[in-house]
Ligand binder design. Sequence first.
Ligand SMILES: Nc1ncnc2c1ncn2[C@@H]1O[C@H](COP(=O)(O)OP(=O)(O)OP(=O)(O)O)[C@@H](O)[C@H]1O
Length: 231
Amino acid sequence: MLEIKKLNQFYGQSHTLWDLDLEIKQGRCTCLMGRNGVGKTTLMKSIMGLLPIKSGELLFEGKDISKLGSEKRAGLGIGYVPQGREIFSQLTVKENIDIGLLGNRNGLKQVPDKIYELFPVLKEMLKRKGGDLSGGQQQQLAIARALCLEPKLLILDEPAEGIQPNIVQQIGEVIDYLTKEEKITVILVEQKLPFARRHGDDFYLVDRGRVVANGEIENLSDEIVEQYLSV
Ligand SMILES: Nc1ncnc2c1ncn2[C@@H]1O[C@H](COP(=O)(O)OP(=O)(O)OP(=O)(O)O)[C@@H](O)[C@H]1O
């Protein structure tokens, strides 16, 4: 459902992504893995249209989206939860979630109950300021907001980073539900191997801006992990 061909990306003179090819399959969770600074977030921002690409092709459901801005891409059904979550700390939880409706391509006007069923804690906190939530709750809020788009493809950039274990587990269950029951395609940027192995179907491993291995997650061998993921 998403195909990337020979993508190159630069920050000024610094060549960050090199001839990168990637194919994300419908209804599966693909883990994008690699050490700090190898280019994972740069790749996600390129998919989302937050960074214009230098060269290459981005095909979403067969359509070239590489010239579209980020709002247009969101309108096609690409949801993005960035690494810093980027929730609005002065707005309430409800206002933060409602913002997701603005980009909904189906004209949805109300937050579906299903979203509060996935994140019951948010329903109890609708009037609280986003900034007063814990890191884990903010992460759930950011995912809930992205789900208001009714995305076909949901990009999660390290959703488990720095979050308490019980919320990590809940987020993992939500990922499983979205892919297995709702058939939403997920790209999960992830450095933690157990979380990736538990919730991923496929993997791409990136090193210094290049794809060095990919396949089904059960084929992510200890040798590859040792070479490209161990510190
Ligand atoms: N705005 C920027 N300007 C210049 N260089 C940048 C910018 N953002 C990232 N970089 C550099 O590009 C490279 C890739 O960064 P990126 O954030 O994509 O890596 P990452 O794999 O997502 O890392 P992490 O796991 O730490 O988030 C790094 O060397 C980083 O320092």
